[in-house]
Structures are given as structure tokens and as C-alpha cells.
Design a protein around this ligand. Structure first.
Ligand code: ADP
Ligand code: MG
Length: 311
């Protein structure tokens, strides 16, 4: 199988007063062509930092990230044609002074290879995302939130990249618009054959859109596997807690009091399992040994005392 994205033991840190935040702390994953992998977890677990690593916007401390077999760090220039990005807030990601036609055209102009008719491509990609090409003379503030996110999607897809990162693409939208944008992303994937790395704390949308799910906690993937298996039979106590708190999580982006304890300060180096301070299954081993991944029926999880399926 050829992978559009390979992340090997990637680490990304931020130097902050009082220490270092290991925002991405040894993440490994692969994404096949046309596949959707969702990355879920509470705010601050490192999802956006991981996306920035894939885009080459944050350097790796160690490990490697490859897009179509090429290291991101060694080919930053070519990356724009192979990775599209849709951020959470289309207002922030579109230049307010530019008519939207110009925003959509920009990646085409920057990476122009001479053959593309830019105007025709802008019209085409606007139609793909359900916008009338006549709207291209408008400014972002003259559009609704949903229309603005359609523009951001059109811009991400303008160069027809094989990989598109979506960082909470529906989080800033009204509930009624959210479903439209999700359906659009799903339709575009089948017509344009791209793979999605879909970042979200909203488990409902993840179940709808993802083939596989990776659950992140404090910079690390603690469980990963096919979507239905993760939702119906979680192994990691954190995954189970996330699922149990789904409606609240959707609103707040953080766990309610289903689990005791707080997320540890990411500046502190934790020994043993990083989830131990909140884990209902904690035993002595968890304080000293960081669990290695266990592979089981196409999924993996990092836990010494996994959840046993309730029958
Ligand atoms: N530019 C930055 N400088 C310092 N710390 C950062 C920076 N960006 C993110 N962080 C920290 O890194 C951790 C992961 O953040 P982030 O990747 O934004 O998480 P998420 O997207 O899952 O909410 C958090 O502890 C956050 O405070
Ligand atoms: Mg984020």
C-alpha cells in the first residue's frame, strides 16, 4: 500500500518560561490514499501542533514526517501542492482585504506551472464547493460563516492535493451549517480522491466522517483503530471517558468530571503512563512503566490495564 502521509515517532516541543512543552511527544501514524483518519482529544493535547508539523510550520525535535515518501523538512516548497489545509476559523484564515476569488487563486498563482488557466480553475473549484463563481468578487465579510468555510475549502483544494488537513473545520460554525460542511467534505473526498487528516474534539462528526480514529492525550496517541471499533469497544480508559462525555465535550472541548484529576501541566515530565493521574484502572506498574503499544485486531493502544468489553 502506498501512504500519502507517514509520521514516525515525531516530537515537537515549545520552549516556554519554566520549561519545555512536549506538545507532540512521539507520534506515529500512517494515512492511506483516500482515507480519513480523525485525530481526537481534549484542547491542548497537541492536535494543531501535529498538523503544523505535517505542514512544515513547526520543526521536529526528532522523528520524521513524510508526505508521499518525501520528508517534509527537506521539501518545504513542494509541500503546498501536496497538502491542503482547512483551519477552524475561516475568518482568520482568509485575508479580509482580498476578494474571495483572489484568496482561492493565490495557491494557484504561487505554484503556477504555466498550464493552469487560473480563472477557469477558480470557477471550477467554487462550483465543487457549492459556491456560485459570481460570488468571487465578494469580500469575506459579505459571506455567511458557512460560505466562508466553503471558500477556505475551495482554497485548500485548488491545487487538487492528495492530502488535506482539516483542523476543527466545523467548530466555529452553527450546528445547522455543520452538517452541510461535513457532507461537502465527504462528497469532495469521493470526487477528488484526497485523504483527510481530520482533527476534532467533536466525536459525533468524527464517527460520521472517519475511517479510523486516533485518540491523543498529552502529545501521544493512546489508542488508534477503525472508527466503529473505537466507538463500540474502546480499550483505553481515556477513550472510554471521552466517549462517555461526548455531548459535553462537543460544547466545551474538555472533559467533565467523569474522570478525576486534571490534565497534568505539560511542562512537567511525567514518568510512567501519562494518563495515570486521571485513570480509574491505575496500578503501581502505571507509575513507573510507560506502556508500549499493544496491537490487537487492527487497532493499537497504550495501556497496562485496558478496558474489558462490557457484555
Ligand atoms: N506557539 C506555542 N508556544 C508555546 N506553547 C504552545 C504553542 N502552541 C501550542 N502550545 C502548547 O502546546 C500544547 C498543544 O497545543 P495544541 O497543539 O494547540 O493543542 P490542540 O490543538 O490539541 O488544542 C498545549 O499545551 C499548548 O498550550
Ligand atoms: Mg487545536
Amino acid at each position: 500500500m502506498s501512504f500519502v502521509l507517514e509520521v514516525d515517532n515525531a516530537r515537537i516541543s515549545y520552549a516556554v518560561p519554566g520549561g519545555t512543552i512536549r506538545a507532540v511527544d512521539g507520534v506515529s501514524l500512517q494515512l492511506a490514499e483516500r482515507e480519513t483518519l480523525a485525530v481526537v482529544g481534549e484542547s491542548g493535547c497537541g492536535k494543531t501542533t501535529l498538523a503544523k508539523g505535517v505542514l512544515g510550520l513547526e520543526p521536529l525535535v526528532s522523528g520524521d514526517i513524510r508526505v508521499h515518501g518525501q520528508s517534509v523538512s527537506s521539501n518545504l516548497k513542494g509541500l503546498a501542492t501536496r497538502v491542503g489545509i482547512v483551519w477552524q476559523d475561516p475568518y482568520a484564515s482568509l485575508d479580509p482585504r482580498w476578494r474571495i476569488g483572489r484568496s482561492i487563486a493565490e495557491p494557484l498563482l504561487v505554484n503556477r506551472n504555466g498550464k493552469i488557466d487560473v480563472d477557469a480553475r477558480v470557477d471550477e473549484v467554487m462550483r465543487h464547493v457549492g459556491l456560485e463563481p459570481a460570488m468571487k468578487r465578494r469580500f469575506p465579510h459579505q459571506l455567511s460563516g458557512g460560505q466562508r468555510q466553503r471558500v477556505a475549502i475551495a482554497r485548500a483544494l485548488a491545487l487538487n492535493p492528495p492530502l488535506v488537513l482539516c483542523d476543527e473545520p466545523t467548530a466555529a460554525l452553527d450546528l445547522s451549517i455543520r452538517a452541510q460542511i461535513l457532507n461537502l467534505l465527504k462528497d469532495l473526498q469521493s470526487s477528488l480522491s484526497c485523504a483527510y487528516l481530520y482533527i476534532s474534539h467533536d466525536l459525533t462528526t468524527v464517527r460520521f466522517i472517519a475511517d479510523r480514529v486516533a485518540v491523543m492525550y498529552l502529545g501521544k496517541i493512546v489508542e488508534m483503530g477503525p472508527t466503529e471499533r473505537i466507538f463500540t469497544d474502546p480499550r483505553h480508559p481515556y477513550t472510554r471517558a471521552l466517549l462517555a462525555s461526548a455531548p459535553t465535550l462537543e460544547k466545551l472541548g474538555k472533559l467533565p468530571d467523569v474522570l478525576p484529576g486534571e490534565i497534568p501541566d505539560p511542562r512537567e515530565v511525567v514518568g510512567g503512563c501519562r494518563f495515570k493521574s486521571r485513570c480509574p484502572n491505575r496500578q503501581e506498574k502505571c507509575d513507573v512503566d510507560e506502556p508500549d503499544p499493544t496491537f490487537e485486531d487492527g487497532r493499537e493502544y497504550c495501556c497496562h490495564f485496558p478496558v474489558v468489553r462490557e457484555s
